[in-house]
Design a protein around this ligand. Structure first.
Ligand code: BJW
Length: 231
């Protein structure tokens, strides 16, 4: 059995990471066009770098929760292929999977990038983020390069789409956890999975805009709903 799991900000909410679209979410107090588009970065690099530096500094203060760990435990015992696609740029799935070694056949993709990585604007080379890179964000790879956050902004192509699409085409089970279904192409994955004949399950605090696309629904906090569902 081949499994594809899509996660969004809701899975990290109970770890203390703000979601995007809640009333107290990340977009509150920020204009999306200013901090999450290539045009915003071109207009005011300092503002954008500061926005991501603050979020990087927050990561050591949070830890994987029971929902991240339940997926990591599943990855340690799942016998088919298991592709975990996260829209999240935090490292909580990575830390959960460091604690519990997954079986062969498991793969984690950060389709919207990673806070703890930076990318040279000239060469495209991706490197681990380090505080030493501050404050100038000049690239060590090219004299004209700037180290931009390794984040997929609006209007940019999400990462590893070919691999994700291939997995959706042959998936038997598709779980969508803690995502509002507002952002494409991730919001369309459920339709591709359905076309492949997969069982589709939405797990969220509340019904989302895409709820009718799913065959099954589980509503409640991910840390309470997911562990018994995966057990
Ligand atoms: C809980 C919970 C708990 C809370 N337990 N649940 C088709 C139609 C219209 C527009 C487009 C389209 N296709 C593309 C577009 C344009 C655009 C787009 O989608 N716009 C929409 C706004 C309409 N998409 C793009 O530009 C993308 N690129 C692209 O499409 O390239 C071309 C392409 C074409 C064809 C194929 C492939 C590509 C790029 C999108 C990049 C998104 N980047 C962001 C920002 C990153 C920067 C940053 O982090 O600062 O990524 S946007 C932001 O939203 C972030 C997230 O990953 C993403 C999704 O948000 P998520 O995770 O769903 O969070 P929330 O807050 O919305 O929802 C949280 C949910 O959790 C809620 O439902 C809660 O109920 C729930 N929850 N607590 C369980 N305890």
């Amino acid at each position: 059995m081949n499994l594809v799991v899509l996660t969004g900000a809701g899975i990290s909410a109970e770890s203390g990471v703000p979601t995007f679209r809640a009333s107290d979410g990340l977009w509150e107090g920020h204009r999306v066009e200013e901090v999450a588009t290539p045009e915003g970065f071109a207009a005011n690099q300092a503002l954008v770098q500061d926005f991501y530096n603050q979020r990087r500094a927050f990561l050591p203060k949070v830890a994987p929760n029971a929902a991240h760990l339940a997926l990591a435990e599943l990855a340690a015992r799942w016998e088919g292929d298991f592709l975990l696609v996260t829209q999240n740029v935090d490292d909580l799935h990575d830390r959960a999977h460091q604690a519990i070694t997954p079986r062969d056949g498991f793969e984690l993709i950060h389709m919207h990038g990673e806070l703890l990585k930076a990318r040279c604007t000239c060469t495209g080379k991706v490197m681990d983020w380090s505080d030493d890179l501050e404050p100038h964000h000049t690239s060590p790879h090219h004299p004209a390069g700037v180290l931009r956050p390794h984040i997929v902004w609006f209007g940019e192509m999400p990462l590893r789409m070919d691999r994700i699409s291939e997995a959706l085409d042959r998936c038997d089970i598709f779980l969508s956890i803690g995502t509002s279904g507002n952002v494409y192409p991730a919001a369309g994955f459920v339709e591709q999975a359905r076309y492949a004949g997969a069982r589709t399950v939405e797990i969220n605090l509340e019904p989302t805009v895409g709820r009718n696309l799913f065959g099954e629904h589980l509503y409640g906090p991910a840390t309470e709903v997911l562990p018994p569902f995966l057990a």
